[in-house]
Design a protein around this ligand. Structure first.
Ligand SMILES: Cc1cc2nc3c(=O)[nH]c(=O)nc-3n(C[C@H](O)[C@H](O)[C@H](O)COP(=O)(O)O)c2cc1C
Length: 337
C-alpha cells in the first residue's frame, strides 16, 4: 500500500513526507536516508560554509542515494548576507531538481530555477504568503504552522486552522508542517486538505541525523512545553529549545532589550556547538513542540515506514469504522415541504 497524493506525483517521491531544511542538521547522511526511505529530504545550503562546500555535500549525498533529493535555500534578512546567487548557481550546476525556498519572497530565484527544470517548493507561514507564492508560479507550497521549530512568523495560527484555510486557496500541491511526528499527524494533515507533511524536529531525532546523541536524548526526554519563542519583540520570532540561554534571551528582550543586548547569547556558533558537543545549555538550538510526540530515536527508514503504515491503518481502519452502517436515510430525514 502507498499513499499517493498530488505531492508524491508532482515531486516524484513514494511517500507524502518531506524533511525540510535544517541549519546544522540537514546534511548528506540524513537527506540520503530520507531519500532511500522514499520521502523527500533537503540538504541545507547555508550549513555549508561556502558554495563549493555545498557542491561537495550534494556529491556526497549522490554517493549515498540514487533517489531524488533537494536543497533548501533559506533567504533571511542579514547584515552580511551570504552569497545567495553563488549558492543558487551551485544548485543549478549540480543537477538537483528540487529546491525548498524559505525565509522571504522566492521571486528573484524562480526564473533561474525554472529555466533549469528545477521545481520549487516554497515554505511559508501564512495563507497570504502561500497565495502570493502560488501566483508567482512556484510548484508547491509547504505551509508551516505556529507549532513548528524555527520561524513560525508573527500571526500565531496553529495548523488546525492554517492548513484548511490555506487548502481553500491553494490549488498546487501543498504539504503542511509544524508539530507532525507520527501517522496520526499525517492522516490529520491529509484530512485538513494537505497533500503531505514536512517534518524537522522528528527527523532531527533519528539515527542518521548527525547531531550529538545528548541532543536527541534531550528531545526524547522533553515534552510539548519544552520550547521558547525568542525575538518576539523584534518581530522575527523563532521557536527554540527552552534552556538557560533561550530563557535569558526572552527575559532581556521582554524588559525592552534590543538585538545588541542578546547578540552574543544567540550567536550561531554557540548553537552549532550544542549539536557538535552535546551541551544542550551551551546556546540556542532549534526544535518544535513536536518534541511532545517524540519518544524514540529510530532509523529514518523505520520512522517513515511507521508513519505511513500508521496513517494507512488509521484511515482505512479507525476512521472508516466510524461511519455507521445504519446511517439514517437522507431522504427520510428531510423535513416534508
Ligand atoms: C534544527 C532545525 C533547524 C532548522 N533550520 C531551518 C533552516 O535553516 N531553514 C528552513 O527553512 N527551515 C529550518 N527549520 C524548519 C524545518 O525545515 C521545518 O519547517 C520545521 O522543523 C517544521 O516543524 P517541526 O519541527 O514541528 O516538524 C529548522 C528546523 C530545525 C528543527
Amino acid at each position: 500500500m502507498a499513499l499517493t497524493t498530488k505531492f508524491t506525483e508532482a515531486f516524484g517521491v513514494t511517500h507524502p513526507i518531506a524533511q525540510g531544511g535544517m541549519q546544522w542538521v540537514g546534511r548528506a547522511e540524513l537527506v540520503a536516508a530520507v531519500a532511500n526511505a522514499g520521502a523527500l529530504g533537503f540538504i541545507t545550503a547555508l550549513t555549508q560554509p561556502t558554495p563549493a562546500d555545498l557542491a561537495n555535500e550534494i556529491a556526497r549525498c549522490r554517493d549515498l542515494t540514487d533517489k531524488p533529493f533537494g536543497v533548501n535555500l533559506t533567504i533571511l534578512p542579514s547584515i552580511n548576507p551570504p552569497p545567495y546567487d553563488e549558492y543558487r548557481q551551485v544548485i543549478v550546476d549540480s543537477g538537483v531538481k528540487i529546491v525548498e525556498t524559505a525565509g522571504s519572497n522566492p521571486a528573484p530565484h524562480l526564473p533561474m530555477f525554472h529555466d533549469n527544470g528545477i521545481k520549487v517548493l516554497h515554505k511559508c507561514t501564512s495563507v497570504r504568503h502561500a497565495v502570493k507564492a502560488q501566483s508567482l508560479g512556484v510548484d508547491g507550497i509547504s505551509i508551516d504552522g505556529f507549532e513548528c521549530a524555527g520561524h513560525p512568523g508573527e500571526d500565531d495560527i496553529p495548523g488546525l486552522v492554517l492548513i484548511p484555510a490555506a487548502a481553500d486557496k491553494i490549488e498546487i500541491p501543498m504539504i503542511a508542517s509544524g508539530g507532525f511526528a507520527d501517522g496520526r499527524g499525517l492522516a490529520a494533515a491529509l484530512a485538513l486538505g494537505a497533500d503531505g507533511i514536512n517534518m524537522g524536529s522528528r527527523f532531527m531525532c533519528t539515527v542518521e541525523s548527525s547531531i550529538h546523541q545528548n541532543v536527541k536524548e534531550a528531545i526524547v526526554a522533553g515534552d510539548e512545553r519544552g520550547t521558547e519563542l525568542i525575538f518576539r519583540t523584534l518581530h522575527n520570532t523563532a521557536r527554540v529549545a527552552s534552556n538557560k540561554v533561550s530563557r535569558e534571551v526572552v527575559e532581556i528582550l521582554n524588559k525592552g532589550g534590543q538585538f545588541e543586548d542578546v547578540k552574543d547569547l544567540v550567536a550561531g556558533v554557540r548553537g552549532r556547538k550544542v549539536f557538535e558537543n552535546g551541551d544542550v545549555d551551551a546556546g540556542i538550538w532549534t526544535v518544535g513542540t513536536a518534541m511532545g510526540l517524540i519518544d524514540d530515536i529510530p532509523t529514518v527508514q523505520d520512522l517513515v515506514t511507521r508513519i505511513v503504515r500508521d496513517a494507512e491503518v488509521l484511515i482505512s481502519g479507525r476512521l472508516l469504522n466510524m461511519i455507521s452502517a445504519d446511517e439514517p436515510d437522507a431522504e427520510k430525514e428531510t423535513v416534508p415541504a
